[in-house]
Design a protein around this ligand. Structure first.
Ligand code: F6R
Length: 610
């Protein structure tokens, strides 16, 4: 987590840094800071709280002269979100200053050693160790590059760094290991950043940094080195994103904008992969024979991406008759999984930088597993390290709570399951064709649901003061419950739980009392009577039931108090429609409670720590 930026060029640096940090706030937003060098003095301003406070304090950066600088927006790991713990961090004589994204795992031992050597610490952060360690090696070797490589060899953990040395007024030093970092190049100046949107306004020519690489930026030149200080040749990549995709475009929140972008995200993900009614996924890198040899699929991910895996299990097993295991990346990496050469591991990630998912990928690769990444951010670590990568073309997702990337991940799974189903002979060509037609219709059906959001808003407004909300469903509807519940709790701070509808009576039903809201999802025809019985069970105990079902199940109104209908589609794809009202419900509860929908407390968009 945390976002870093750096700029060296002709313009005043601070406004550019603040602008870049605005685009990185999704990575952390509990404190922020900038440091700018005007050739005489390194000036620093940092504050706890949102970036807006820093902007106010520096009059949008105008009070800080200088054309070279670094900036940081923080998601606290070591030390509370205070002014002192905010980045940047200086060494003692204020001649070296550092911004850092990542975690220095051996910081405690390093700190003790530095204290023994007479270094004094002012913050509780792991990052301050870097500033003092750089100082120690710089004094010894007199070369900033040598000091940096020594530090890199000494520290354990992850980092993306931006560093200024007072003795080198024309340079920014930067390095990365296991935290994202890009370097941007333009005729007017050069940049470092944690992510592309931070610099997209200034340049589209970007170098992706690999692990343990160093970049030294001056006004007209960028040099890359490895830890042995050998020069590296790197080629810039041209970014062709639409810049507006990273702006709110008239919506009050990115969340709502991204909810409305879901039909497009699905279209963009499926259309390029359907040629003359045939699904073609070249990037899968597997022949039909290889697909037939797959004995098991292992889906590994975190959070909402994990929920797409739970859904994919039902879909792959139903359509392609291939066994699927789904695991949370944070569990998988430490549970000593059993590897087998016929298992296909699929790592799902919007950001492509989630630390646990990346570690799961590496663990699988080290054990000889073939790994497919389903990733949204082009050029991210998971995309680059997986054997094959299938991109979800959702575009940049800014709101911390995912919506369109989640939907695009589901679409990627639909394509894969259909492809596997046909290749493995688990479905007839006619069924394949019918499913493909349903899949192509999904974006239009989503648009129809999104046309009417007022009824959900009105309903949500009745639940602004709820303490607990339950989501229940069976099969695919259970997978949707998991996501609906997570969306609600993360942006509304209302406690909520998702339960397999049949499981409620084994304990949790004791929590249902007069007026408890239970959101019951029932899109699966064969399970409909069972879910209706479960609704009756909670109603008998006083629950208020919001039912979410297909438009031909009107008789559900006999047991529900409020019903939302979605158009009829194939049962395997119903989740993509059912999730929309649940996202809107979470949005309007959060809005009604006056919360920061796009940046909920304690969270960050890209979770690059364990
Ligand atoms: C929830 C949410 C998170 C992410 C999770 C994985 O709205 O966004 O649960 O899904 O942190 O992130 P990625 O997909 O970037 O690996």
């Amino acid at each position: 987590m945390c976002g870093i930026v750096g700029y060296i060029g002709d313009e005043q640096a601070a406004p550019i840094l603040l602008n870049g940090l605005t685009k990185l706030e999704y990575r952390g937003y509990d404190s922020a800071g900038v440091a700018v060098y005007d050739g005489a003095e390194i000036r620093m301003e940092k504050v706890s709280g949102r970036l807006a406070r820093l902007k106010e304090l520096t009059d949008g950066g105008l009070t800080l002269p200088g054309t070279i600088g670094i900036g940081h927006t923080r998601w606290a790991t070591h030390g509370s979100p205070s002014d002192t713990n905010a980045h940047p961090h200086f060494n003692s004589d204020r001649s070296i200053i550092v911004v850092h994204n990542g975690i220095i795992e051996n910081y405690s031992a390093l700190k003790q050693d530095l204290i023994r050597r007479g270094y004094e610490f002012v913050s509780e952060t792991d990052t301050e160790v870097l500033a003092h360690l750089l100082d120690r090696y710089y004094r010894k070797y007199k070369s900033p590059l040598e000091a940096l490589t020594r530090v890199m060899q000494k520290v354990e953990g992850s980092y993306a760094l931006g560093i200024l040395f007072k003795d080198f007024p024309g340079q920014i030093f930067s390095a990365r290991k296991d935290s994202p970092l890009i370097v941007g190049q333009s005729p007017e100046g050069n940049f470092i950043a944690s992510d592309v949107p931070a610099i997209l306004q200034y340049t589209r020519d970007v170098f992706y940094m690999n692990n343990e690489e160093i970049a030294v930026l001056s006004r007209n030149e960028i040099k890359f080195y490895n830890v042995d200080e050998e020069l590296l040749e790197k080629t810039a990549v041209r970014i062709d994103w639409d810049i507006n995709a990273a702006e709110k475009g008239g919506y009050e929140h990115f969340f709502l904008k991204e909810v409305y972008e879901q039909p497009k995200a699905i279209r963009d993900t499926i259309s390029p992969r359907i040629h003359e009614n045939e699904i073609v996924i070249e990037e899968l890198g597997m022949t039909d024979e290889e697909i037939c040899r797959v004995g098991k699929i292992m889906i590994v991910a975190c959070g909402s991406a994990y929920h797409t895996g739970v859904m994919a299990k039902y879909i792959f097993e139903g359509l392609a008759r291939v066994p699927v295991e789904v695991d949370l990346a944070s569990e998988y990496r430490y549970r000593d999984p059993i590897f087998d050469r016929n298992t296909l591991v699929i790592i799902v990630s919007q950001s492509g930088e989630t630390a646990d998912s990346l570690a799961a990928l590496r663990e699988s690769g080290a054990n000889g597993q073939k790994v497919l990444g389903i990733v949204n951010v082009v050029g991210s670590s998971i995309a680059r390290e997986a054997d094959n990568v299938m991109y979800t073309w959702a575009g940049p997702e800014i709101s911390v709570a995912t919506t369109k990337a989640y939907s695009a991940q589901l679409a990627a799974f639909y394509l894969l399951a259909l492809k596997f189903g046909l290749a493995r002979g688990a479905m007839s060509r006619d069924s394949y064709q019918a499913l493909l037609d349903d899949l192509k219709r999904l974006p239009e059906q989503m648009e129809a649901i999104l046309k009417d959001r007022q009824q959900i808003q009105r309903f949500a407004n009745r639940y602004l003061a709820a303490d607990h909300i339950f989501f229940i469903g069976r099969g695919i509807d259970y997978a949707i419950s998991l996501e609906g519940s997570l969306k609600l709790k993360e942006i509304s701070y209302i406690h909520s739980e998702a339960y397999a509808a049949g499981e409620l009576k084994h304990g949790t039903i004791s929590l249902i009392e007069e007026g408890t809201l239970v959101v019951a999802i029932s899109t699966q025809e064969s399970l409909y009577p069972k879910t209706v019985s479960n609704i009756e069970e909670v109603k008998t105990r006083g629950a208020f039931v919001m039912a979410l079902t297909s438009e031909d199940n009107r008789d559900i109104e006999k047991v529900s108090d409020f019903t939302v209908y979605i158009p009829k589609t194939n049962r395997y794809f119903a989740g993509s429609l059912a999730i929309l009202p649940l996202q809107l419900f979470a949005y309007y509860v959060s809005l009604g409670r006056g919360l920061d929908v796009d940046k909920p407390r304690n969270l960050a968009k890209s979770v690059t720590v364990e």
